[in-house]
Ligand binder design. Structure first.
Ligand SMILES: Cc1ncc(C[n+]2csc(CCOP(=O)(O)OP(=O)(O)O)c2C)c(N)n1
Ligand SMILES: [Mg+2]
Length: 1038
């Protein structure tokens, strides 16, 4: 275990034998041809460079050689090249090299590695021996360079990261062969003990020298150990950017960088006092309540505060945090500064809920707080995003909210708004959404310009050891994919933690990239306060019970060095305990819990002062005809000069122009009209998802591509009006969970934006199921937070197989909260809107472009926000009948929850024998079949457009209009899917169980659709036959 050998690493240079170094075969294969004169040692040294190969022209007469080289420019190989060139002809190299080798060779002949002034006389007879000595000198310098590099790359493997001293943070006790943990390991570099006191020139890739250019080997090793192998473990050498690597080296290697003023130390101590005493206080008052205490990682509070202070100092005004359970109450109290009594009162089991909805446990609630940062004296807004138990699910949500805040402030560089994500070690390694979120970090329409990640790495996940929980060395390895530096730090060294955090904040501000701080700590208690950890981790917990709390260790240190007195320390504790006691006293007066006070994203001005909608009406969603015409003309044009579009696209644009002239729209044009008109009204529209710019079905074409100029694009939607709101349309990474979470977060930031996420096919939305279940369906009930996100889910049985057919309407409907058994007491004028207000989300399946247009506009014109799920069509996008006239979209028109039969059957309803209700695309199949059978007078077809909340009032009207008709529900989905299970009990409620509603559709099935075209068509024909067989239900009972 590392604890055993770490002693050796730190005491360094005592003789212990380790396995000899072995190179991976692949790397050995790279060393194809090596100049023989470099010898075995040089081969090893060069192999120690972890690098791509580059061509090297040998000055010998032999063939060109390929050598591995240093990533930082291959300085060692270059040096050799210069050296051999100089040996052959000193004038063939630059004067500076000539000087260097002259000095070096003279020093070598005098037995010192330290260059001395050049001697004027050169003895040709000593050339051979001088060459040998010089060669040794060069090799030793190379060796030292490699050694420095080895520490930079692998030093973290032996850093003392575990406060318990018993575990290996990288899950491996191996000691890299090229770190000088014992004196005999100098041999790896062909160096000896005698070389320890020789001086060596330092390469430009290290800062350990400070103002010195040379150091003794002993001092070099000491300083490297100090930087890389103590309480901080740095992983950064995989970053493909020399400047960034240099920046990190400078921040950590420069001697004396980790100096703290006594003021800073006292602040740190005071923050630790708060962090620890807060948990102690809760433990004393509510010993048997779950709170997921922070004990063992108390340093997280000063860590987060440092990141915030430092960022505020650099201009950040708004910090958005996401974090899981561990230490969340402590963060609310001591970082966000939620009133303590508001937290304490939550522990009162008798507290009554004042808000509607189910509420949530106290360690999930969010928070928003504006205050003055005491360290920087600047205003800062902090919000902690509410989250579900599902670990890491909040990550993309935080990113989306951050992006939106940056966008609305015009903060393109992320200089004003930033995010911090806190993670648990097991969740960070195990949850795939972490990876999906990282992959958004550098995409233009998704980047938040760098996130600071803090991992509470307590080396356990519930009862599972890290060795059983991950296959990567560290829980943080996922961050390597985006070249984010990873700073591991022993959480029992508060000053090291604070330093690392301040560098992390600076990194984010300098490079606008993600960075990870891995707080290697322990969990003093069980997973929660009720859990017994000794069942499963007996030895670890024996050690934890012996562990002195970090506060005591740090206080002892500061008292010993005279920074604080014992009395001052005790006073600090007493002061905070008093604050807690007083708040506790006040908390007892609180009888009512207002979840509204825990909102993470208030929308000032949108609701009235009580947080209620300003009205319960929705204006008509139609728009003036000239606006429709104008949008139609822009949608059919290319607003940029000299912009050559594809001929196929020209045809599509001409088609749009014709439709506009004829006052009609298809699906794509209706969407254009909805978006364009909202932009005109100052509403930002953002459409995101896989391939949304063109549209999966090649119908949208919101981004035009110049066929002759690479990457020249045009978004006509942004050329509608000079003062319009911006339109964002962006193809996303191939992720559902991450991207939908992101858009949900984006929609949280402001009510004045239409944010839409489109699935490639509706079928794929279930890889984002967690966002749908945990946030979209339930968010308002749990956190009183409105969200108007729109999901566009292409859906329809078209013989495309089981994974390109169904957006699973049944699942959305099953989660809809409208009561199937309760006919609304009153269906007054505001019924439609109040029903929408009461529901958890709106589910629609529009059958006409006009209705799609209206429902998108209604989403914004409503006086509140609800998620909107739209099952969108595929073949209807081009169906000649699926068109709407401007007449259905002009001022005065609005969304139709139900589209009643308006043909021959409606003229003489008493004659009608069957009334078929349906939704979506199957309507067109039904109409065609009815016409082919000539049943227009006998069969009426009514479309349900808004499925949930269920339009009880309109369906009742329709059923009553056809008193002699059998009622049937027809769907193309299988019986156990689609809408039937949802509509059936609601029909029963309307009909008071006096008339049946027969089912017409496919039989129950396990898979949502067949992969066989013929089977698809046969089953379609079968249910259409049933739909128009007027004897089909004769004699059947219900
Ligand atoms: C997605 C998900 N799966 C499982 C759980 C159950 N669970 C709650 S906490 C926890 C362990 C988390 O370990 P870690 O991430 O290391 O955080 P720690 O509790 O150690 O701070 C688990 C498995 C969960 N909340 N979310
Ligand atoms: Mg853990």
């Amino acid at each position: 275990m590392s604890g055993q050998w770490l002693g050796r690493a730190s005491s360094c240079l005592s003789p212990v034998v380790y396995a000899s170094p072995s190179l991976p075969v692949s790397r050995m294969n790279q060393l194809r041809l090596l100049p023989s004169r470099l010898g075995a040692q040089a081969v090893r040294l060069l192999a120690a460079h972890e690098v791509p190969v580059f061509g090297w022209r040998s000055r010998s007469s032999g063939p060109p050689a390929i050598l591995p080289s240093s990533k930082d420019g291959g300085s060692s190989s270059y040096m050799e090249e210069m050296y051999f060139a100089w040996l052959e002809n000193p004038r063939s190299v630059h004067k500076s090299w000539d000087n260097f080798f002259r000095k070096a060779s003279e020093e070598a002949s005098s037995g010192s590695a330290q260059p001395r002034p050049p001697s004027v006389v050169r003895d040709s007879r000593s050339a051979v021996s001088s060459r040998t000595k010089t060669s040794k000198l060069v090799e030793d310098h190379l060796a030292v360079q490699s050694l420095i590099r080895a520490y930079q790359i692998r030093g973290h493997h032996v850093a003392q990261l575990d406060p318990l001293g018993i575990l290996d943070a990288d899950l491996d006790s191996f000691v890299p062969s090229d770190l000088i943990t014992t004196i005999d390991k100098l041999a790896f570099y062909d160096l000896q003990e005698a070389d320890l006191d020789k001086e060596f020139q330092l390469p430009t890739t290290t800062f350990i020298g400070g103002s010195e250019n040379t150091l003794s080997l002993r001092e070099i090793i000491r300083r490297l150990e100090n930087t890389y192998c103590q309480h901080i473990g740095l992983e950064f050498m995989f970053i493909n950017d020399v400047e960034q690597c240099q920046w990190i080296r400078q921040k950590f290697e420069t001697p004396g960088v980790m100096q703290f003023s006594s003021e800073e130390k006292r602040t740190l101590l005071a923050r630790l006092v708060r962090s620890m005493r807060f948990e102690d206080f809760l433990a004393r008052k509510w010993s048997s309540e779950k709170r997921f205490g922070l004990e063992g990682c108390e340093v997280m509070i000063p860590a987060l505060k440092t990141i915030i202070d430092k960022s505020s100092e650099m201009g950040i005004e708004n910090v958005i945090l996401g974090m899981p359970h561990r230490g969340r109450l402590n963060v609310l109290a001591n970082v966000i500064r939620k009133d303590l009594e508001q937290i304490f009162c939550q522990f009162d089991p008798k507290l009554e809920a004042a808000d509607e909805g189910s509420g949530d446990v106290k360690y999930h609630l969010g928070m928003y707080h504006e205050r003055i940062n005491r360290v920087t004296n600047r205003n800062i807004t902090l919000s902690l995003v509410a989250n579900p138990s599902h670990l890491e699910a909040v990550d993309p949500v935080v990113q989306g909210k951050t992006k939106a805040e940056q966008f609305y402030r015009g903060d393109a560089q992320g200089k004003k708004v930033m995010s911090i994500l806190v993670h648990g070690d097991a969740a960070f390694a195990g949850q795939g959404v972490v990876y999906e979120t990282f992959h958004l970090s550098d995409l233009p329409s998704y980047t938040t310009n760098g996130t600071v990640h803090v991992v509470v790495n307590n080396q356990i996940g519930f009862t599972t050891d890290p060795r059983m929980a991950r296959s990567s060395p560290y829980p943080t390895d996922v961050a390597r994919v985006v070249n984010a530096p990873i700073f591991h730090v022993n959480a029992d060294d508060p000053e090291a933690v604070i330093y690392v955090c301040s560098v992390a904040a600076e990194w984010r501000n300098t490079f606008n990239k993600d960075v990870v701080v891995d707080l290697v700590c322990y969990r003093r208690r069980g997973h929660n306060e009720m859990d017994e950890p000794m069942f499963t981790q007996p030895l670890m917990y024996k050690q934890i019970h012996r562990q002195v709390p970090v506060l005591k260790k740090y206080a002892d240190k500061l008292i010993a060095e005279g920074t604080v007195t014992l009395q001052e320390f005790e006073e600090e504790i007493a002061k905070y305990d008093r604050i807690c006691e007083e708040a506790y006293g006040r908390s007892k007066d609180k009888k009512i819990l207002h979840i509204k006070h825990w909102l993470d994203s208030p929308w000032p001005g949108f609701f009235n002062v009580d947080g209620e909608p300003k009205s319960m009406t929705c204006p008509a969603t139609g728009i003036p005809e000239d606006v429709l015409t104008h949008i139609g003309s822009v949608a059919s044009s290319v607003p940029l000069e000299d912009f050559k579009i594809h001929t196929g696209l020209s045809r599509i644009l001409r088609g749009r122009a014709d439709m506009t002239k004829n006052r009609t729209v298809d699906w794509a044009l209706a969407e254009y009209m909805a978006f364009g008109s909202l932009l005109k009204e100052g509403i930002h529209v953002r459409l995101s998802g896989q391939d949304v710019e063109r549209g999966t079905f090649s119908h949208r074409h919101h981004v035009l591509h110049d066929q002759e100029v690479d990457r020249r694009t045009c978004v006509p939607m942004n050329h509608l009006w000079p003062d319009q709101a911006p339109y964002t349309v962006c193809n996303s990474s191939l992720s559902e969970y991450g991207v939908l979470g992101f858009e949900l977060g984006y929609a949280m930031a402001s009510p004045n934006a239409l944010v839409l996420w489109e699935a490639q096919f509706g079928d794929f939305h279930n890889t984002a199921q967690c966002i749908i279940d945990q946030f979209i369906s339930t968010g308002q009930a749990k956190w009183v937070r409105h969200n108007g996100i729109v999901l566009l889910l292409p859906h329809g049985m078209e013989g495309m197989g089981p994974e390109h057919s169904s957006a699973r309407p049944e699942r959305f409907l099953q989660m809809s909260n409208d009561d199937s058994d309760a006919y609304p007491v009153s269906v007054a004028a505001d019924f439609e809107v109040s029903q929408l207000y009461d529901c958890n989300w709106i589910v629609v399946n529009c059958s006409t472009p006009a209705n799609y247009f209206h429902v998108l506009r209604r989403q914004i014109l409503l006086p509140f926000r609800k998620p909107l799920i739209i099952f969108t069509p595929k073949s209807l996008l081009r169906h000649p009948e699926a068109k709407s006239s401007f007449d259905q979209m002009v001022s005065g028109t609005s969304f139709q929850r139900v589209i009643p039969e308006d043909g021959a059957a409606a003229q003489a309803p008493e004659q009608v024998q069957r009334l078929i209700f349906c939704t979506g695309k199957v309507y067109y199949d039904l109409v065609k079949e009815r016409s082919s059978q000539g049943l227009e007078e006998k069969v009426a077809i009514t479309r349900l457009e808004q499925i949930s909340p269920f339009p009880f009032d309109l369906i009742k009207q329709e059923a009553e209009k056809y008193p002699g008709a059998e009622l049937a529900w027809c769907q193309e989905e299988h019986k156990n899917m689609g809408y039937y299970d949802y509509i059936s009990p609601r029909f029963m409620t309307i009909l008071r169980r006096t008339r049946p509603i027969w089912y017409v559709g496919r039989d129950p099935a396990a898979a949502p659709a067949t992969g066989n075209r013929n089977t698809h068509l046969v089953s379609l024909k079968k249910f259409l036959d049933t739909a128009f067989n007027l004897q089909a239900f004769e004699g059947k009972t219900f």
